[in-house]
Design a protein around this ligand. Structure first.
Ligand code: F6P
Length: 323
């Protein structure tokens, strides 16, 4: 096998460029021609790729986003779309594909491997909702961005005696919200895994106010049934009882951008290099991730069928610390 391709798919995540760099440079080292596919599966179906050399991936590690571009493709979710992608790769003599991405992207790689195409996935999403890596690529940087925002919001909240509802990303997973709440010392958190009655949050805020706190922060996961705007509407009707004046901030896409931190640069490098090792060993149909400190391969069928759970110990601790 001589010719392989790499793509980034779904939500971009800080550290994807470190993974691309490692795939290209360790791939070349092992004697492969490495093609970079533009805009994920969309580019794969259109044979939109070019050969990458060592210099093409110079100076990219410190950049957020992905130099290859990304996309979410509805066409690739169809069998015809996937057949087209395989046909294009076969015509070009591409014999294996490395997919850097999260849940949806790895479902795509699983489908390709079901069709007999050699694929290796790299666990990458800021949501940390993908089984097969304790932390996925991008989570650490996204958490630091969220944390910096919380620290800033706390300054203004304390100056005005306000409570802030801060909504963070994570799709249907509360990981980002839970960790942001713990690290940011939030007074309360709302996550999809544990639905909570808004009245309970109102009572916690009111308690905090009566105990003399100058401000309060509630971290809300975007996937919660009661997202920040619903909670704001609910609480605004009760603000006299809550005490604090209320504001809501939705962090949104700022969490996906920015310079990758050291953790994501190293994780991206490690997973990129290991993906090439799996290709060289002809170990396909798997996802590379770091589990309990070790880089491991998890079969893609296990990855797509196993829900990732929140760490139960941290969930428990978070509840105690928030008081
Ligand atoms: O999966 C990463 C993520 O940023 C989620 O946290 C968010 O819900 C989603 O992507 C947003 O998707 P899009 O970039 O398609 O708007």
């Amino acid at each position: 096998m001589k010719r392989i391709a790499v793509l980034t798919s779904g939500g971009d995540a800080p550290g994807m460029n470190a993974a691309i760099r490692a795939v290209v440079r360790t791939g070349i080292e092992q004697g492969y021609e490495v093609y970079g596919v533009r805009h994920g599966y969309t580019g794969l179906m259109a044979a939109d790729w070019n050969l990458l050399n060592r210099r093409d991936v110079g100076g990219i590690m410190q950049k957020g986003g992905t130099i290859l571009g990304s996309a979410r493709s509805l066409k690739f979710e169809t069998e015809a779309g996937r057949r087209l992608a395989v046909q294009k790769m076969e015509e070009a003599g591409i014999e294996a594909l490395i997919v850097i991405g999260g849940n949806g992207s790895q479902s795509g790689s699983y489908m390709l491997s079901q069709m007999g195409f050699p694929v290796v996935g790299i666990a990458s999403t800021i949501d940390n909702d993908l089984y097969g890596s304790d932390l996925t690529l991008g989570v650490d940087t996204a958490l630091n961005v969220a944390l910096e925002s919380i620290d800033r919001l706390r300054n203004t909240a304390a100056s005005h005696n306000r409570a802030f509802l801060v909504e963070v990303m994570g799709r249907n997973c509360g990981y980002l919200a839970l960790m942001t709440a713990i690290a940011g010392g939030a007074e309360a958190f709302v996550i999809p895994e544990v639905e909570i009655d808004p009245e309970k949050i109102a009572a916690e805020l009111s308690d905090a106010y009566l105990r003399g706190k100058t401000h309060a922060i509630v971290v809300v996961a975007e996937g919660s049934h009661n997202n920040a705007s619903k909670l704001l509407t609910h609480f605004q009707q009760h603000h006299k009882r809550i005490g604090f004046k209320l504001r809501a901030t939705i962090l949104g896409y700022v969490q996906r951008g920015g310079t990758p931190g050291v953790f994501d640069r190293i994780l991206g490098t490690e997973l990129g290099a290991s993906a090439i090792q799996f290709v060289a060993n002809k170990q396909f149909g798997c996802l590379t991730g770091r589990v309990r400190g070790e880089v491991v391969a998890t079969p893609l069928d296990v990855v797509v069928s196993t829900p990732k759970k929140l760490p139960p110990n941290l969930l428990k601790i978070a509840r105690i610390l928030a008081q």
